[in-house]
Design a protein around this ligand. Structure first.
Ligand SMILES: *[C@@H]1O[C@H](CO)[C@@H](O)[C@H](O)[C@H]1NC(C)=O
Ligand SMILES: *[C@@H]1O[C@H](CO)[C@@H](O)[C@H](O)[C@H]1NC(C)=O
Ligand SMILES: *[C@@H]1O[C@H](CO)[C@@H](O)[C@H](O)[C@H]1NC(C)=O
Ligand SMILES: *[C@@H]1O[C@H](CO)[C@@H](O)[C@H](O)[C@H]1NC(C)=O
Ligand SMILES: *[C@@H]1O[C@H](CO)[C@@H](O)[C@H](O)[C@H]1NC(C)=O
Length: 347
């Protein structure tokens, strides 16, 4: 079902949006409205300013992000993927950043995330440690940097709720992200297991309006869909032809080293637009899970809406990024503020 209050959010804007998002990601309504003390401290706006531990954190992060983005716009989809990968596996605790032989970043599903984006986070962290030692969590850096890069790419700016702390554990075996070719029903079950809903899923998949995928994730659609020995019959034939050239079966490179743009309309501009949804409607999705949006009633309705009204997509994207940013966060005395995002502090 579509989320009730979707239109209210569009109309009433950010203040309501923030309250609803707190409510929906699992903090009690009473906590948000002040009737009961919160069980654990919620994320808040301007956390570091209010604590006076790093009042200018947002401008420090923004400056670094702009510097890297000017040099390579692919930073935006890489950060979005980093954030998604962190939050959707045991919560937004920067566990994806920990190094180690069995850490999350070593999981095969995460092979496309690094290493460049980890280096950018390292630089931001070093800058912040120089300005405000021991104050800003790696988990919060991910959310600020992603918001800033998205804005540079044409997404709406939105207030990032802060106060996350960094987790201690990172385990490759816990990375159970859905495959890019699953059905919309299975994808929805996964999002719901994280406290998100069908609108979040439809909206966040719109992040595929930018970025690239390894050919290995689409070879089935191009050559052997559902073990039929034929391509996905729903895929537009001209798209099929061009993707087969980008991702040939007989290439000397391994398929995992070949990449295709998720949205050839935006390609190397990495713009944040709603053309992704137009492509879904035209049977021109690259990933199977994206094309599946046509097959659910709610997902189809939202796809129509976002394809027609870019502003609706922009608003919904800001809200869903905030909701995703609240998944299983560590606050208060949980976790720690890492000094180096790649390793736990020594106890
Ligand atoms: C894949 O094949 C199975 C078995 O033939 C069939 O039940 C299923 O509907 C097919 N899935 C798709 C997406 O075509
Ligand atoms: C597939 O895409 C091409 C190029 O955009 C377009 O000309 C063609 O009409 C599309 N095919 C179908 C069946 O919609
Ligand atoms: C590789 O495959 C592509 C597409 O199937 C085909 O057009 C091309 O001729 C093949 N190249 C070789 C060297 O076999
Ligand atoms: C995408 O980015 C390019 C490069 O900055 C720009 O020229 C183009 O107008 C942008 N397109 C849209 C739809 O924003
Ligand atoms: C997309 O594919 C579906 C299923 O094959 C088909 O019914 C529909 O007409 C196609 N839409 C377009 C715009 O080609």
């Amino acid at each position: 079902m579509r989320r009730e209050g979707f239109l209210c959010i569009s109309v009433l804007g950010v203040a309501l949006m923030m309250m609803m998002s707190l409510d929906m990601v699992g903090v009690k309504v009473e906590a948000a409205t002040g009737l009961l003390p919160p069980a654990k401290p919620p994320l808040i706006r301007q956390y570091y300013k209010k604590l006076n531990t790093c009042a200018n954190v947002e401008s420090f992060v923004q400056f670094q992000v702009k510097k890297y983005w000017d040099n390579n716009r692919a930073l935006t989809p890489k950060l979005v993927k980093l954030l998604y990968t962190d939050c959707m596996v045991n919560g937004c605790d920067a566990s994806i950043l920990l190094d180690g032989p069995q850490s999350e970043k070593t999981a095969p599903q995460n092979s496309g995330v690094g290493p460049g984006v980890y280096l950018v986070i390292d630089v931001i962290k070093r800058v912040l440690e120089a300005r405000c030692p021991g104050a800003v969590s790696c988990a919060d850096i991910i959310h600020l940097a992603t918001r800033d890069a998205l804005k540079l790419s044409g997404a709406p700016s939105y207030p990032v709720l802060l106060g996350r702390r960094d987790g201690f554990e990172s385990n490759a075996a816990s990375v159970k992200l859905p495959s890019p070719s699953i059905s919309w029903q299975s994808a929805l079950a996964f999002f719901q297991s994280k406290g998100l809903d069908v609108q979040d899923m439809t909206t966040l998949l719109g992040g595929h309006t930018m970025g690239r995928t390894h050919c290995s994730y689409i070879l089935d659609r191009l050559y052997n869909f559902n073990n039929t020995g034929k391509p996905d019959p729903t895929m537009n034939k001209s798209l099929l032809e061009s993707l087969r050239q980008t991702c040939p079966l007989n290439n000397t490179k391994r398929p995992s080293q070949q990449v295709a743009f998720l949205n050839p309309d935006n390609g190397k501009d990495y713009n944040f637009t709603n053309s992704y949804y137009k492509r879904v409607l035209a049977n021109k999705s690259v990933l199977g899970v994206d094309q599946q949006l046509l097959y659910g009633t709610d997902t189809k309705e939202l796809t129509d809406e976002f394809a027609t009204y870019f502003e609706e997509f922009r608003r919904s994207f800001a809200l869903s990024m905030t909701r995703m940013g609240g998944i299983q966060v560590l606050t208060g005395n949980k976790g720690e503020i890492r000094k180096n995002c790649r390793v736990r502090n020594k106890s």
